[in-house]
Ligand binder design. Structure first.
Ligand SMILES: [Zn+2]
Ligand SMILES: [Zn+2]
Length: 272
């Protein structure tokens, strides 16, 4: 069930997948539902994202867009069922009008899937409208201004900053929490960082909890959400590590956790 936003919360965020490539009942692969002013989008589309979305009571046909951070399969595993439904689920076919935003380097993946599956995964342009971005570009999407930045996890990774009525959210995807990203994250209401490893056992090309806290502090973020947990990472230890460097609220994501993002702060709303 959708949780009501307080008057000063411009956006609602629901974690649909706080996990990784590991197949775990309690943590689906990365996906986040972002809602504002009657428009909704998904940040990443890991396998299980559409089932999690249905479990919250939302209608997938009401989605306005999907933003992909990069091409690793745990971030776009539900692309095949989504494209298939856009073409062959009568409700989706008649109702859905979906934008797809990603780095221009991901265009061959969509073309490749459509080459393999043909018409099964090739909805007409009025039902699926891709926008291929380069780092540094921005575009409008529903009520949001969307900015993209190079994020360093892969050559085609993008971090996204979404702004709406004075509030902002930054989603880094799997990318390292490099201090160079501080201007892009400046004063954001919520910074989402994927901590795939611990401080003691960091994964190359990913952020550690300590790096996440350091970036949040340097950028003046209002709150920090850690996510993308593998089974060998203790979420509470990750939160404690980030808190050592960042004095604002730090939360560990879990599936169905709902948050409100306002102009100057964010807060937990509970379970969606
Ligand atoms: Zn990942
Ligand atoms: Zn990745």
């Amino acid at each position: 069930m959708a949780l009501a936003l307080a008057f000063d919360q411009a956006m609602g965020l629901t974690v649909l997948g706080s996990g990784s490539c590991e197949l775990r009942r309690e943590r689906s692969s990365p996906a986040y539902l972002l809602e504002a002013k009657g428009f909704s989008l998904l940040l990443d589309l890991g396998q299980g994202a559409l089932r999690r979305l249905l479990d919250t009571g939302r209608d997938p046909a009401a989605l306005g867009a999907v933003l992909l951070s990069h091409h690793h399969p745990d971030h776009l595993g539900d692309l095949i069922p989504l494209l298939f439904a856009l073409n062959h689920d009568p409700h989706m076919r008649d109702t859905a009008r979906l934008g797809l935003l990603a780095h221009a380097g991901l265009a061959p993946i969509l073309a490749g899937l459509q080459g393999l599956f043909g018409a099964w995964l090739s909805p007409p342009p009025e039902r699926l409208a891709p926008t291929w971005l380069q780092p540094g570009q921005e575009t409008t999407l529903g009520p949001w201004l969307v900015r993209a930045a190079a994020a360093g996890h892969t050559p085609f990774s993008l971090a996204y900053r979404l702004e709406c009525t004075g509030a902002s959210l930054v989603y880094l995807g799997d990318s390292p929490a490099s201090p160079d990203l501080a201007p892009f994250c400046q004063d954001t209401g919520l910074l989402i960082v994927h901590c795939a490893g611990s401080d003691h056992d960091p994964k190359p090309g990913h952020a550690s909890p300590r790096q996440a806290g350091g970036l949040a502090a340097r950028a003046g973020a209002k709150a920090l959400l850690l996510s993308h947990f593998y089974g060998d990472v203790d979420p509470e230890a990750a939160v404690a590590s980030a808190r050592a460097l960042f004095s604002g609220p730090v939360w560990a994501a879990r599936d169905f956790l709902a948050l409100g993002v306002g102009a100057g702060h964010s807060q937990l709303l509970g379970e969606s």
